[in-house]
Design a protein around this ligand. Structure first.
Ligand SMILES: [Fe+2]
Length: 181
């Protein structure tokens, strides 16, 4: 592996207004497990409650952050063409290893009566079934209890050595290009 290079993007820490409610959501709807939960000021350097959740054997992929002294106001469901506000993050995404897994998660989300705010959709401008966007991945979107936007996806394309995108079946998407190799 190339030295001195970041290996991968990993966990996300999101602020939540009700830790119990968010633990239940990420556990029951998305299959996370609770690793550990620590109240605010348990460690004198950390004035917030931290809850670590995981999907596999790494300590966490998700951190729920709650400040018990903070007065939380509801986070608005921001439209994509919002005209004013802080530069908040747009969405974060969780990957399934296969289309079958992705469909199972989709069924579970529907079973739990959680609203799907976009999709299911194929992000492709090559495939005729696509929505004209990029990445070749199949995706759907939901909101967590604080209206953080979450994408669940599978089959994201990879980048060949010449910059051509390759879909999950190994098919080169001729005509695609990559800005930097
Ligand atoms: Fe995305």
């Amino acid at each position: 592996m190339e030295k001195g290079k970041l290996a991968r993007m990993q966990h996300m820490a999101v602020e939540v207004s009700d830790t119990d409610r968010s633990i239940a959501f990420y556990r029951d709807v998305l299959g996370f497990k609770l690793t550990e939960r620590h109240p605010a000021n348990e460690n004198p350097n950390i004035p917030v409650e931290l809850t670590f959740m995981r999907l596999g054997n790494k300590h966490h992929e998700l951190v729920l952050v709650n400040n018990p002294k903070k007065t939380y106001v509801p986070r608005p469901k921001r439209p994509e063409d919002d005209l004013e506000g802080i530069p908040a993050f747009h969405h974060f995404a969780f990957e399934c290893d296969s289309k079958e897994d992705w469909e199972t998660v989709l069924e579970k989300v529907e079973e739990k009566k959680v609203e799907i705010v976009r999709g299911p959709v194929l992000h492709s401008f090559v495939d005729p079934r696509g929505d004209g966007s990029w990445g070749e991945n199949e995706a759907f979107y939901l909101l967590d209890p604080d209206n953080h936007r979450i994408e669940i996806f599978c089959n994201l394309s990879t980048i060949d050595t010449d910059g051509t995108h390759v879909n999950f079946e190994g098919v080169r998407m001729e005509g695609t290009k990559t800005e930097e190799l």
